[in-house]
Design a protein around this ligand. Structure first.
Ligand code: NAP
Length: 244
């Protein structure tokens, strides 16, 4: 059944590429007003050409002050998708301060900041809202070279639960989607090597990686009133990876 987001305004971070881009387009096609936030202007320009009417905002969400400035006049937002993320993979013994800081700034701290801005606006208006944080199967399972990435996503899962606890009384629901590998730019950079991807695929009962559309469908479900009684949950989009 088609979902309508008519009359709702949605903000999607990391909307320049991959999962975020298709989420922004799907929300727009379902009637939402959409603000697409990302780091590379040319991605946003082409997105606005493909879906005329999408608003765009170019900012590095890893920069707290720049984000504060960029979102200071964002206006009413009913639906938020915290999707922007980086995967800076390093063996644990070689993890650098820079990768550690950048990963937590983008994958975790920006989620706190953008969610605060959107939630304060919702509470001031007395409006209900929904937030979806794009986590990963890696939040719940150790994966080689993913020490920092796994940790940012675990932190995101717990942040989601506490946000659900504190924002629930304001009628704001907060959930995560936790995908397995998706062959976006990020997925291709880290999983194109068959030596690496084959063992991962073998552990997925459904025997395949997720499509971007699988993740987008789950995000839209959690943003919609069809999940009206669901908050603080993690929706696995992992083909069963985490059962084993
Ligand atoms: P992607 O193809 O690399 O796209 C990520 C988007 O986020 C890009 O448009 C990127 O812009 C933007 N972004 C990154 N850092 C940003 C920053 N500091 N400020 C603003 N925008 C920023 O990645 P994806 O695969 O779609 O991943 C989306 C989310 O899904 C991430 O949170 C990721 O951890 C999660 N996820 C991905 C997979 C997978 O296998 N692909 C699996 C599980 C979970 P630039 O390119 O301009 O930096």
């Amino acid at each position: 059944m088609e979902q309508s987001f008519a009359g709702r305004r949605a903000l999607v971070t990391g909307a320049g590429k991959g999962i975020g881009r298709d989420t922004a387009k799907a929300l727009f096609a379902s009637g939402a007003q959409v603000v697409a936030v990302s780091r590379t202007q040319e991605d946003l320009t082409s997105l606005a050409q493909e879906s005329p009417g999408i608003e765009t905002l170019c900012v590095d969400l890893g920069d707290w002050e720049a984000t504060e400035r960029a979102l200071s006049n964002i206006g009413p937002v009913d639906l938020l998708v915290n999707n922007a993320g980086v995967a800076l993979l390093q063996p644990f013994l070689e993890v650098t301060k820079e990768a550690c800081e950048r990963s937590f700034d983008v994958n975790y701290r920006s989620v706190v900041q953008v969610s605060q801005i959107v939630s304060r606006g919702l509470i001031a208006r007395g409006a209900p809202g929904a937030i979806v944080n794009v986590s990963s199967q890696a939040s719940q399972c150790a994966i080689k070279d993913h020490a920092i990435y796994c940790s940012t996503k675990s932190a995101m899962d717990m942040l989601t639960k506490v946000m659900a606890l504190e924002l629930g009384p304001h009628k704001i629901r907060v959930n995560t989607v936790n995908p397995t590998v998706v062959m976006t730019a990020m997925g291709r950079a880290n999983w194109s090597d068959a030596q690496k991807s084959e063992p991962m695929l073998k552990r997925i009962p459904l025997g395949k990686f997720a499509e971007v559309e699988d993740v987008v469908n789950s995000i839209l479900f959690l943003l919609s009133d069809r999940s009206a009684m669901t908050t603080g949950s993690a929706l696995l989009v992992d083909g069963g990876y985490l059962v084993g």
